[in-house]
Design a protein around this ligand. Structure first.
Ligand SMILES: O=P(O)(O)OP(=O)(O)OP(=O)(O)OC[C@H]1O[C@@H](n2cnc3c(O)ncnc32)[C@H](O)[C@@H]1O
Ligand SMILES: [Mg+2]
Length: 197
């Protein structure tokens, strides 16, 4: 069985990958498992660039196959913000509550019909000696008026999924993992899996 490193310091993401990658023939190792705690500077201006930077940095360090995820919330009424700045939208210290408060404040006077948004997940798969592969998954939603729900991480409490009539944070983890941006990206990766490895 192949071993793959998930190049993320976000334990919420790592948990989702561990669960969703069960359907693939791989064993998953996290940066925490490897005792790797250095921040990787996300200097790119796109999800694709940042995912590649994270995957290639870790692959070069450990000489092993790596999946990295660069993701975020793209809000139409905010011209795509917070986008690649989603993790630190309210300041350098990562703080999910402050980030959501900022988004809710900025959308205070925006009517429901204009609160459309997209979660985006771009995965970069870096394997020593091979070209990096990129796949992208999205999930459509509406920014709610308040935070609702206890599951998930990040912006999940303010991301309402119309088809399920719940915020992402009200979904059981197994439900989120069927419809999320990250799940949709992994579906695309699955189609290419045998060519990549
Ligand atoms: O870079 P790594 O170490 O993977 O962890 P991170 O949290 O910094 O991850 P990103 O740089 O990709 O920033 C993405 C941010 O977008 C948000 N986000 C991404 N996926 C999400 C999801 O499934 N649900 C809610 N928020 C999400 C969340 O706030 C993340 O911190
Ligand atoms: Mg990050």
């Amino acid at each position: 069985m192949n071993e793959i490193i998930i190049a993320s310091h976000n334990e919420g993401k790592v948990k989702e990958f561990r669960s969703m990658l069960k359907q693939f023939d791989v064993s998953v190792v996290s940066l925490r498992d490897l005792d790797f705690h250095d921040e990787i500077e996300e200097t790119g201006s796109t999800f694709e660039e940042n995912a590649s930077i994270k995957a290639e940095t870790i692959s070069a360090h450990f000489h092993q196959p790596v999946i990295a995820d660069d993701s975020g919330l793209v809000i139409d009424a905010l011209d795509g913000r917070p986008g690649v700045f989603s993790a630190r939208y309210a300041g350098e210290d990562k703080n999910d509550d402050a980030n959501m408060d900022k988004v809710l404040y900025e959308l205070k006077s925006v009517h429901e019909s204009e609160r459309t948004a997209q979660f985006v997940s771009v995965l970069a798969i870096a394997i020593p000696g091979k070209e990096t592969t990129i796949v992208k998954g999205t999930c459509e939603g509406i920014i709610s008026q308040e935070k609702i729900g206890e599951h998930g991480f990040g912006y999940d409490p303010v991301f309402y999924v119309p088809s399920l009539k719940k915020t992402m944070a009200q979904l059981e983890p197994s439900q989120k993992n069927q419809i999320s941006h990250r799940a949709n990206a992994l579906k695309k990766l699955r189609e290419q899996w045998s060519e990549i490895f």
